[in-house]
Ligand binder design. Structure first.
Ligand code: IMP
Ligand code: MG
Length: 205
């Protein structure tokens, strides 16, 4: 086809440039790597295997909570060996005063109707659990056949509501982390591992 670029022509560009320049700029801010790229890869493979088994013969709909979950969802989906559909939702907490109530505002709603669907919500991290708690109540009201959660990370012992999370990748200490979709001031989402930041990194922002 006219103007079409053969894959072999762009191959080098992809492998050489990708994320490296950003990652170098991040390095001075990173305190330590909590979970490596290899560990995440293995975990997502294991979770994908479990989900493939649990949902065999079902019509799975993966829902990613933007923005943080876009990386986890993309990688997890490729380890689920079933035909599936994906959808995304974007939410924001109401102002600081109402944050404790866990009331969130839906910035982008789903394109799919959930009625009768087997829905699996994919989250980057469960911290207080308030966002997810609100979201699950909202989604349950749309009468899916089933509703479960897969979270890459769960901070230990600080959830303020009881949540039944079927698939958890890693339990981590209740520290602030970045990478693999998680941001600080919108940066670090493209780090291929989970890391903590040096105190100066917050001051510099
Ligand atoms: P929760 O409602 O307190 O469970 O947290 C909701 C959202 O806060 C998560 O989905 C993340 O987007 C964000 N969040 C919580 N902990 C962290 C963190 O350690 N790093 C980056 N974002 C976080
Ligand atoms: Mg999130």
């Amino acid at each position: 086809m006219e103007g079409r670029v053969a894959l072999s022509d762009v191959d080098d560009t992809f492998t050489v440039t990708a994320v490296t320049p950003h990652a170098e700029a991040y390095e001075r801010d990173i305190e330590r790597v909590l979970i490596t790229e290899a560990e995440i890869k293995q975990k997502l493979r294991d979770l994908g295997d479990r989900i493939t088994e649990d949902y065999a013969g079902k019509d799975v709909l993966l829902i990613g909570v933007l923005k943080g979950a876009f990386v986890v969802l993309a990688d997890l989906a490729r380890h689920i060996r079933l035909p599936l559909e994906t959808d995304f939702m974007a939410v924001a907490s109401y102002g600081a005063a109402t944050k404790t109530s866990g009331v969130v505002r839906i910035l982008k709603d789903l394109d799919h109707d959930l009625e009768g669907r087997d829905v699996l919500v994919v989250e980057d991290i469960v911290d207080s659990g308030l966002t997810l708690n609100y979201l699950l109540k909202n989604l349950r009201g749309r009468r899916p056949a089933s509703l479960e959660v897969c979270a890459l990370l769960k901070k230990t012992g600080i959830q303020r509501v009881h949540l039944d999370i079927r698939y958890v990748g890693f339990e981590i200490p209740p520290d602030f982390v970045v990478g693999y979709g998680l941001d600080f001031a919108e940066k670090f989402r493209n780090l291929p591992y989970i890391a903590t930041l040096k105190p100066e990194a917050y001051a510099n922002a």
